[in-house]
Design a protein around this ligand. Structure first.
Ligand SMILES: Nc1ncnc2c1ncn2[C@@H]1O[C@H](COP(=O)(O)OP(=O)(O)OP(=O)(O)O)[C@@H](O)[C@H]1O
Length: 259
C-alpha cells in the first residue's frame, strides 16, 4: 500500500534563542511544520511558546541584542529565514502573524487590509480592491463590512477586529500564518468563529498557533508540541498527545496535574 507523506513547509533545526539580557529562552528545538496542517504549541507560562513563534517571522529583530542560533528552513526553496542575508520584511510577507489582542491600525477597514500591499509597492486601485475583497472574504468578514469599508476599524467588535487582522495578514498571500493566543481576548462565539476560520485557512496555508486552551489545541490542531523551560518535550499527532502522550510531563500538563 502506498504511504502518503505530508510535505514539510518549514522546520526549526537545533534552534536556540537568547534575549538581549543573555537569558536563553529556547534550547535546541528541532520541529517540523507540516504543510496545510495546524500545529499547536502548548506548555506552562514562560516555557517559550511565544518566543519560538516569534522566531519564525524575525519579530525578535525589532529589539537589538537578541540572538538566534540554528535555523528555520522554509521549503521548497530551503531558505533559512534566520540568515542575516534574508530580509525580515520579505520573511514577514511569507510568514504573517496574528496577535493575542486584535491590533488594527488607526485607519479604515480597507486601509488596514491594503497596508501590506502598499508596503509591497502595489498602487493599482483595481488590483488593490480585488485583493482587499479576497482577503476579507478569506477572513469571513466581507459580508459584514462590504458596505462600510471606509469606516474606522476601531468601530468593529472585538471578534470582527480579530478577523480584520487575519484579513490584513492574508492580503500578502502568506505561506505560513502564526497565531499567538488568537482568541484569549474574545468571547465564546467569536472564539468559535476564529477556530472555524483557522480550520478553513488550513487548506490554503500552514498554521502555527500558541494556545493556553487545551480544548482549542485538541479541536483545531493536527500536531501538538509540548514545551517546558525552553525545551521541546514532546511533539506528535494531536490525537496521540491528548489520548496517549509519550511523556509523563506532557500527561501531567494536559490533565491539569502540573503544579
Ligand atoms: N524581552 C525579554 N527579555 C528577557 N527575557 C524574556 C523576554 N521576553 C520573554 N522572556 C523570557 O523568556 C521566557 C519565555 O517567554 P515566552 O513569553 O516565550 O513564554 P510563553 O510560553 O509564551 O509564556 P506565556 O504563556 O505566559 O505567554 C520566559 O522566561 C520569559 O520571562
Amino acid at each position: 500500500m502506498a504511504t502518503i507523506t505530508t510535505p514539510i513547509k518549514a522546520e526549526a533545526r537545533d534552534l536556540n534563542f537568547f534575549y538581549s539580557n543573555g537569558a536563553r529562552a529556547l534550547k535546541g528545538i528541532s520541529m517540523p511544520l507540516y504543510e496545510n496542517k495546524i500545529t499547536a504549541l502548548i506548555g506552562p507560562s514562560g516555557c517559550g511558546k511565544s518566543t519560538f513563534l516569534r522566531c519564525f517571522n524575525r519579530m525578535h529583530d525589532l529589539y537589538p541584542g537578541n540572538k538566534y542560533q540554528g535555523q528555520i528552513v522554509m521549503h521548497p526553496d530551503n531558505t533559512n529565514v534566520l540568515d542575516s542575508g534574508v530580509d525580515p520584511i520579505e520573511v514577514r510577507m511569507r510568514i504573517s502573524m496574528v496577535f493575542q489582542k486584535p491590533n488594527p491600525f488607526p485607519k479604515s477597514i480597507y486601509e488596514n487590509v491594503a497596508y501590506g500591499l502598499r508596503v509591497r509597492g502595489e498602487n493599482n486601485k483595481r488590483i488593490m480592491d480585488d485583493k482587499v475583497e479576497e482577503a476579507l472574504k478569506g477572513a469571513a468578514l466581507w459580508n459584514e463590512v462590504k458596505d462600510r469599508l471606509h469606516d474606522l476599524a476601531f468601530n468593529l467588535s472585538g471578534g470582527q477586529q480579530q478577523r480584520l487582522c487575519i484579513a490584513r495578514a492574508l492580503a500578502t498571500d502568506p505561506e505560513i500564518m502564526l497565531f499567538d493566543e488568537p482568541t484569549s481576548a474574545l468571547d465564546p462565539i467569536a472564539t468559535a468563529n476564529i477556530e472555524e476560520l483557522m480550520v478553513e485557512l488550513r487548506s490554503k496555508l500552514t498554521i502555527l498557533v500558541v494556545t493556553h486552551n487545551m480544548q482549542q489545541a485538541a479541536r483545531v490542531s493536527d500536531y501538538t508540541a509540548y514545551m517546558y523551560l525552553g525545551e521541546l518535550i514532546e511533539y506528535d499527532d494531536t490525537d496521540k498527545i491528548f489520548t496517549n502522550p509519550g511523556r509523563k510531563e506532557t500527561e501531567d500538563y494536559i490533565t491539569g496535574k502540573f503544579g
